[in-house]
Design a protein around this ligand. Structure first.
Ligand SMILES: *Cc1c(COP(=O)(O)O)cnc(C)c1O
Length: 346
């Protein structure tokens, strides 16, 4: 324990040298899900409430944006450019962060092949990013998000401004530091609350959340099993992505640190047909969390991650008496974009 404490102090020192904007409400609570745990009859399940980070509705991007926009401000940026789906939580929280810091925000948005309901275009994150004052550019078929972002950056420079481009999901070295910080927070919080830090289950999309957590735990010298439930790519693509991000993050924080690639565990059985595609397991998970715990999940990210957690419990992957922490990464506005998925019957 003292070894972890001194590693934590060292890691805090390194993180403190990164410029940071004050955007997120931290620490987020760690709560027991008693009724869900007893309903499933498996391990003790806790939830880490990163849906409560504030910043226009909460979610994991608030932690990443603290470091990303800290960097942007240090570089004198006046315009932030990023990309995501039409219902991107990352785009919404980036728009909120820019509003708060007085920066201009350009969102390059990717529409799905088929818009499922009018709400998908008008409600949820789309409504919020409009209200937050972001300039929204919808990608035309055949265009690449990167080239439209590059073009927007050139335009800003041409007018004498300074652009700052954030990749999809804010997953890059700076963004991932937000989840190194979360690893620290979890280590200290579990210690203070007398809980065990054995398993963490979370959504893995652009990968920075899982990568930052893994890098953080590794530098703390602890090895809870971190299972990413894939929502956008199969294991063949997702595992190397997370391995790469985690290794770079660990390296950046501590020269010579190398993260054993076998620590990157991804399960892609709950992804469904593609990113955003509903699954029966997701619908069941969203309803169970709501009705047993008053805990709201979303159809694109946390509903699938909870479906994964429930599936792993039912497969007996956790031992009786073990503790599993579900990282709630937010996403609630996305629920209001898909009222069609939860309408019928019970
Ligand atoms: C972006 C997002 C994720 C995925 O995080 P990554 O770092 O992109 O893997 C999970 N949940 C929600 C609600 C998100 O918006």
């Amino acid at each position: 324990m003292t070894a972890v404490r001194s590693a934590a102090r060292a890691l805090r020192g390194v993180l403190a040298r990164s410029p940071r904007a004050d955007l997120a409400l931290l620490p987020t609570p760690l709560q027991a899900l008693e009724r869900l745990s007893s309903h499933l009859g498996g391990p003790r399940i806790l939830v880490k409430r990163d849906d409560c980070t504030g910043l226009a509705g909460g979610g994991n991007k608030a932690r990443k944006l603290e470091f990303l926009l800290g960097d942007a401000l240090e570089r004198g940026a006046d315009t932030v450019i990023t990309t995501g789906a039409l219902q991107s939580n990352h785009a919404r929280q980036t728009a909120a962060a820019c509003a708060k810091l007085g920066l201009k925000c350009v969102l390059v948005l990717v529409a799905p092949a088929q818009i499922p309901t009018p709400a998908y275009r008008d409600s949820g994150n789309a409504l919020m990013s409009r209200l937050l004052g972001a300039e929204r550019v919808e990608l035309k078929p055949g265009e690449s998000a990167q080239s439209v972002m590059d073009q927007a950056a050139r335009e800003v420079r041409r007018r004498g401004g300074t652009p700052y481009v954030i990749p999809r999901g804010g997953s890059c070295l700076k963004g991932d530091l937000g989840y190194v910080e979360c690893a620290l927070e979890l280590a200290e919080q579990t210690l203070a609350q007398g809980e065990r830090l054995e398993h963490v289950v979370l959504t893995t999309g652009s990968g920075g959340t899982q990568a930052g957590l893994l890098a953080g735990f590794h530098l703390l010298g602890i090895q809870p099993r971190v299972t990413g439930i894939a929502v956008s790519a199969r294991c063949a693509e997702q595992v190397p992505r997370v391995v790469d991000l985690a290794a770079k993050t660990a390296q950046h924080l501590q020269a010579g640190a190398s993260l054993p690639p076998e620590q990157v565990v991804v399960v892609d059985d709950y992804l469904g047909a593609h990113y955003g595609a509903p699954t029966p397991e997701m619908v069941e998970a969203v309803k169970l969390a709501a009705r047993l715990e008053g805990l709201m999940l979303d159809p694109v990210y946390t509903g699938k991650a909870m479906a994964g957690l429930i599936g792993l419990v039912r497969q007996g992957r956790f031992k009786q008496g073990e503790t599993v922490i579900f990282l709630h990464t937010g996403g609630l506005p996305g629920l209001f974009a898909r009222p069609d998925l939860f309408g019928g019957g019970d």
